[in-house]
Write a protein that binds this ligand. Sequence first.
Ligand SMILES: [Mn+2]
Length: 421
Amino acid sequence: MGGFCFVHAADLHLDSPFASLKAGSPRLAQAFIDASRASLQALAGVCIERGADFLVLAGDVFDAEQQSIRAQFELFEALSELARQGIHTYIAYGNHDALSGWRAILDWPEEVHFFGADRVESYPVSVGGEVAAVVAGISYAQPAVVENLALRFRKNDGDPFTIGVLHSNVGGDPAHENYAPCTLSDLVSTGIDYWALGHVHSPRVLSERDPAIIYPGCTQGRNPRETGPGGCFVVHVDSGGRVEYEFVPVDVIRWHVADIHIDGMSNLGDLVEEAKAEIARLAQASDGRSCAVRFRLFGRGPVHSQLAEGGGADDLVSAVGEDIAPGTRFDWIESIQDFTRPDVDRDALLAGGSLISDFLSLADEARSGPGALERIREMLAGDLAHPRAARIIRDMSDEELVALVDRAESVGIGLLLGEEV
Ligand SMILES: [Mn+2]
């Protein structure tokens, strides 16, 4: 068997509607739609430049079961170009693009292979006239697959190097829907040599080798929860079956969440300056890509009340960010979230023995650990009649809940001191 190279990507979500962005600015939404197409083209470019023999896409290529015509043609164009270069593509569908959905294009190049949903299908891959590998995979028939599909895979003695393509929640990650759930040992026990997974939206290597088990993450982040580089894995397999791989970014707009502490700042000008400096750092770290940034403000000082008087933190967005011009690089501020606290001597208030000191002790207790935070979470969620609002509280991380307690403390101090907050 000769050596070969392939590229592994997943969760392209090509026809994401960016509905929440559209409401703010149609130009911004267009910039993100352009970015999803450009990152697909960059992915195809990586396949060609790295001399890949084939491309593997592990589900959620499309965002919607009823895939948009635009996105289908973009994929058709990109994969047809790869086909002309002799590069085959193997696609398994996931929860967002299950086979039950509608398809506009039926006549794909013969180099593009879609896995069915009835059973694990295997394609032999020839390199230099010899079968170098087998690509095995299965698609979702319906969006919500609860079966452990990993158990259907099997590499037999004497089979060549085998790549398993599957959209799956491995190890019951609570941050993702629990579709086609399986365990790490389910994957290992199949004998498959490389697991090309999809579903988790950040790059994650679950097992380095024997077998390699990898989530490549999404190719282009869509919201502030999808921060950091989006890209694919370029995988080299040598003639002895030894695997080497490298993460290669293909994202066009990169998401960041940046925290700024106002302690020691005397006015809003300092804050704007710091935010601009932070954007410059993020832009540098993003290698010339456009940046979408969410700022979170923390700390205590005079800037807190200036923010309130000045119309709130969101008023700063235009002072810090810039307009989006189509086709050019930009730094866009998604939001500025204010978790700052009033400029008071908290230690003196806590020691004061008044109602305020009792209030501050309660706030300290609320932040004292996961158990205390869980009680707060349940109390808040239980008080909310609207099920969706209750779910938002229940889904909050400990960090977000602490930020909420900080904010409540800040408002409480202001009210107890008779300040306008
Ligand atoms: Mn996905």
